[in-house]
Design a protein around this ligand. Sequence first.
Ligand SMILES: NC(=O)c1ccc[n+]([C@@H]2O[C@H](COP(=O)([O-])OP(=O)(O)OC[C@H]3O[C@@H](n4cnc5c(N)ncnc54)[C@H](O)[C@@H]3O)[C@@H](O)[C@H]2O)c1
Ligand SMILES: O=C(O)C(=O)C[C@]1(C(=O)O)C=C[C@@H](O)C=C1
Length: 377
Amino acid sequence: MENDTPAHPHECPKAVVIGLGLIGGSVALAIRARHQVHITGVDVHEASLRMAKALEIIDEGHTTMEESVQHADVIIIATPVSKTLEMIDEIASLPLKDGVIITDVGSTKGTVMAESERLFHTKEATFIGGHPMAGSHKSGVQGSRGDLFENAFYCLTPGKNADASEVERLKRWLNGTNAHFIELDPNLHDLFAGSVSHLPHIVAASLVHQLAELQQDHPVLGDLAAGGFKDITRIASANPVMWRDILMHNKHVLLPMMERWQSDMQTIQNLIEEENDTGLQQFFSVAKQHRDGLPSKKKGAIPSFYDLFVDVADHPGVISEVTGILADKGISITNIRIMEAREDIMGVLRLSFRKEADRQKGMDCLEAEQFSVYISE
Ligand SMILES: NC(=O)c1ccc[n+]([C@@H]2O[C@H](COP(=O)([O-])OP(=O)(O)OC[C@H]3O[C@@H](n4cnc5c(N)ncnc54)[C@H](O)[C@@H]3O)[C@@H](O)[C@H]2O)c1
Ligand SMILES: O=C(O)C(=O)C[C@]1(C(=O)O)C=C[C@@H](O)C=C1
């Protein structure tokens, strides 16, 4: 356990996480894993705060930031990017503790850094932009995992007033992520993220739109969409608000990239029209060679299952009681995880189902047996 030199010997350092969703919750868990710290969560949704408290991700939760932010040693903003700019404005308008480090996790960095540079030009507060390059198509605090960023790259974009020592201090706060930190210029970051994350996301969503249109005349098509389609479109299930914001804040990178994409599509269209077999094979060979050479990622992604959360008392036999109820009804689960198990407090079981219908059946029969169950939004 590390401690970031508290002002008073018995006082625990304070972290505030604004936006307790998938990423805010995961960063909080990673901080907790290595630091003795008091974590306050701030979110507009009380249900997220309740869930985060139940899972011991935070010590306390509030729907507004004022009080907690003023005493914080580190502030992590984990809201969708447009809201992040509003949060930066609000934080800058409040009295802050000397030496506070403020960071964010947003998927774009240009506008975030422009706003923070405009507002945090004092030595008392240091803003260092951040973007962990791992995540999921799932959103919400219930999907949080302390190991979500393990082995992933974690981009940092220090502001102009950020000393190297402050960057090191932030890295220490975030060392429980077990990520590889990389410092980048914000514009370069946005170019890179546009290429490996944002453009692919647009393409994935557009493929799903095409399927949906064809499916109107051929409903069976959905059942035929197998591995390939699912692999390439998994990310289209992600949070639309988050992605709306990303596109708005990386417009200048994405517009030329999309032109380039359209021109590539035109080229391949021409090759098909001309029945240019050599050109077509070359198109795939070059892509295959490059794709095969990319490093494979070992950790970070969460498989796409339908999760159900069950509050359970921590006593022997409770897991077999829950699984027994499901087995009696012939409902299969693909995974089961205990999210918390401590004496005398309620724990949470996370059950994963392969199909939405199975999850619904599971929910109904567990509720009938008086279990408190809930699902992610
Ligand atoms: N999901 C990913 O894969 C991923 C990966 C890396 C970075 N990011 C970035 O992380 C950020 C959060 O994404 P997420 O996936 O955790 O989303 P999420 O939807 O799971 O969480 C966002 C949280 O912010 C809260 N929120 C929204 N407006 C708020 C406000 N005004 N005040 C307080 N809380 C507010 C929401 O209630 C929600 O709990 C985004 O900026 C996103 O670009 C996402
Ligand atoms: O794995 C996924 O589901 C993701 O989409 C994660 C992903 C990505 O594009 O790789 C999404 C957005 C983030 O800014 C970083 C990571």
